[in-house]
Design a protein around this ligand. Sequence first.
Ligand code: M6R
Length: 613
Amino acid sequence: MCGIIGVTCNPSANAPTRASIIITKALKSLEYRGYDSVGIALIDPSSGKLIVKKSDGMLDKVSKEYGFEGTPGFVGIGHTRWATHGPPTQINAHPHTDCKEEIAIVHNGIVKNFLELKKDLASKGHSFKSETDTEIVAHLLEELSNRNNDFFNALKRAISMVEGSYAIAVITKKEPDKIFFARKESPLIVGLSKNLNLLASDIPAMLDYTSSFIPLSDGEVGWISPSDVHIENLNGEIIDTKKRIVTVDWKSDMVRKSGYPHFMIKEIHEQPQVLKNTYDGLMSDDILDRAADVLASGERIFVTAAGTSYHASLILKLFIERLTGRIVYPFIASEYRVVENLAHKGDVIIAVSQSGETIDTMKGLRAFKARGAIAMSITNVMGSTIGRESDFTIPMRAGPEIGVAATKTFLTQTLVASLLSIKLASKLGKIGMDEEKTMLSELADAGRVAGEAISMTEGVVKSMAERIHAVQNMYFLGRGLGVPLSYEAALKLKEISYIHAEAYPAGESKHGPIALVEQGFPVFFIVTSEMVSELEGNIAEMNARGAMTVAIAPFKLKERLGTKAIIAVPDAGNMLEPYSLTPPFQLLAYYTAVRRGHDPDRPRNLAKTVTVE
Ligand code: M6R
């Protein structure tokens, strides 16, 4: 999705090109969100005019061609565009300007009523250069600020007329030291630093300059100058910004590749350490006990998420149901409208989201909350919208995840799910204190198991990627815990290698999918230590049809399964099996994508965080 950065520097303490250098660097770190065009706008300190440089294409090329970094100015905005209205062209790239070129705006989101606004503005003499919805807002601001000299009031009025979702940052010649902003449904965060303030779509873009942030809430509007921050809410109340500051312990080197060729492989290798951080963090706190109390006293438990987070939600369902006997109702976040009317007071809704900004998950959570459900979330980003809007938040502590393909956050979500299920089982009296202690201490090994799985399988997986890189279709099959893991394996492979991969419960494969299987068709089995004999039957069925069967399976089952190839992982207890079985399929997706010549960090058409419906 689009990325926004804004920087306002104190002229007496900063060089005239510092803002453009900061903006360009921040745009680099916003690249992971997915984009097709890029641009910047600054106010030239000598002429007072707006300088806009933008084009379709990747940052390195566009920035070099247009000289982004040498652009003078103490105040500026930048943008990475992920096209929605109008194709990726130079004209459609952000920033967009008004008729007089005095206002420049960048925007993430969708202005739903832009055609209506455009018609009205055209009748008042405005002419438009691009096909975007965003440009309309620049002209609307021009129109309203012409009538009223107060630019901030014009912004508030404009916002009241715009329907849809937006995070916007605006600069104007009329108030050249400020960046104006507004937020509804798309993330926007203020960064506080010495002699400069920042504004960005996410925290990693600002980590080089600060660890203090103010995440903005829906309906908030305001401005930043080098030394001040002003925020108002929908009712015009001024927000006490000091009370809203959050400090993060993320460091800027966490968002660098540190010698790895891609973020994805770095993040796969970080799993042993982050799982330890997650475990230690949760065990040194009473947060899981409190969360389990909420679940134990709640009537029904719903869980919602998208993509990889949804697969972790299925694991949460499985563990809670197995350990407590209580039913958990998962639903895909974007389908929340189908089930929202089921929610009522006393229910608990758990939103699982790495970013805490996924629009579908946010809306699902809000819909249930509006009907009286208690809102709980499992998120990775401190101060994210989903976290702030929840009555109760459990942090994943995975550190920043930059690769578009979720890896370390899947396993940390899984670890949170496992620990929470054990705590709930104990609260409900389904397990005794000794059993709780044993199970919790078993999970202290999650990181170690993931580390061993990586070292044990990376070489084999590389050769396997060589074997499968040219295939067009494949299946992942499993039973029990192997089912959500298979869904995740298929998603990983699909999203970065562009091989069509489907996942099914192994038994279900006979009810249709097996029709596709012919000589050499790859079928991967994710084998846990449960329902093994049933899986053996499924493997035999696939072998009989000439499939290229491969098992990702515990070492102890190596001789037994009968697949044509095996990727053996460390033997581990059932609750630890996600940590042994997941790294090999993440590595498989990674090495296959690389072998096929794709950049795993920047899969086509995808964005790290989906902020539009
Ligand atoms: O930030 P979230 O966890 O809410 O994101 C949900 C999905 O968009 C995300 O998991 C997506 O499926 C990943 N690209 C998967 O690798």
